[in-house]
Design a protein around this ligand. Sequence first.
Ligand code: NAD
Length: 494
Amino acid sequence: MTERAIVAGVPVDTRHWIGGRRVASPGTFTTTSPVTRTALAEMSRGTALEAEAAVAAARAAFPGWAATGRAERARILHAVADGVEQRLEDLAAVETHDNGALLRSHRRGVMPRVAHNFRFFAEWLLTLGRDDFATRGHTNHISWDPAGPCVLITPWNAPLMLASWKIAPALAAGNTVVLKPAEWSPLTASLLADIAAGAGVPPGVLNVVQGYGEDLGRALVSHPGVRRISFTGSVPTARRIAAAAAPNLTPLSLELGGKSPLLVFADADLGLAADLAVEQYDNAGQVCLAATRLLVEESVAGEFTRLFTERAERLRPGDPREPGTDLGPVVDARQLERIDGFVRRALAAGARAVIGGGPGTGDSGTGESGLHYRPTLLTDVAQESEIVQEEVFGPVLTLQTFTTEEEAVGLANGTRFGLAATLVTGDRARAARVAAQLVAGTVWVNCFFVRDLRAPFGGSRDSGTGREGGGWSFDFHCDVKNTVTAPKGWRDHG
Ligand code: NAD
């Protein structure tokens, strides 16, 4: 096999990165572009063998990295951020080819955030700590000890953003890492391995292995030498990972799917509500946090729908590399089929498409690659129906109405998920009252997607376990220890 592919003019190594060197596997898998519908690269396909080698490398590198002073670890993480910034254009172009998300988002939002992830956790590391406190004259001293090798498993919808969101706190905490990116979008992880090596991350501290979940992924998460698993992906995969980790009692952080509500009250700024609702089509709806269930107070539903439709119809589908495109392709033909299956079943069950309701035209004149799905809004949907209860992960929203606050909260909380919720209201007291009743890891009031890395991030119910962000990430990635020291001359053990 060839050792590198040229993607958007950028050379990308197609081999794993294990123990500070490139390693090829006998088998390969193809990563295909949703933009051009052509094969981008033949990637080394890891199996249990590569899982073993990567965990062994992470274990060997752990004592040295754990003993590296905080200031030095922070310096190296800042150097990784510098490297990301220097290669921002390459990373953005390769990511767009690999997963189809907009180039302008990768340039302006996603890749700067990747760099910020490394800087943020480097800085937090330097402030990590809590004042000692006394118990009958004894001092309690709390420390955050590195836990060991971590396995980090990521999905395809925001590949490098989510990988860096996991790698940065793990490395800052003094852990070593084995990253397995999703098989549909593995390319930028390989570039990050190069960047990390150039920034001085020692061999074995960050390892990147590529392959499928059922063999490579499974071997990684069931490995007894792994001390933390952080996973972002779907609920069924999370269940398999939790079962595989159970015999080793490996601590898990699970960031999973969602079916988040957007509540619009009659006292809301309806223009703002419509803007926020249309934002849910970003990344062709392939966003875990997307508020895909619009819950609108009945008295304003007509006006809201008019404002929403007006805005949604202005969205321009097309080639995600073009600056004028608002809506790119979905990641893969199987994903397109899956999305359309949900919509067809909903329509057959009596739903009505206010807009959309099927795939795009696939018209090369508009830059559509054949993997576009039309922004869709379905109404006349029952709360218990599949389309309201299941995550579609495409540009498909539903609209339901309510007449009372109580009913709104009941509908909002009426799925098995609890990742996020957005509410739009002109009444601050109502906002506080409703927010307090919503089951969600994040509630946005009159805004959407405002993320601060100091805040906890995660979901309730089937949307996940645990929280990451700020100190929560260090709590997860460390073995937190309390050392209790008696004062000099203290004899009372009671
Ligand atoms: P997925 O669960 O199919 O795959 C995610 C990753 O798990 C991939 O790398 C895959 O190879 C790996 N995997 C699969 N089986 C495995 C196994 N048995 N053992 C170990 N690893 C295995 O998810 P996806 O389709 O790639 O991503 C979409 C899902 O991710 C959606 O449900 C979305 O909501 C969720 N997501 C959640 C967040 C969040 O922060 N909550 C963010 C982004 C995406």
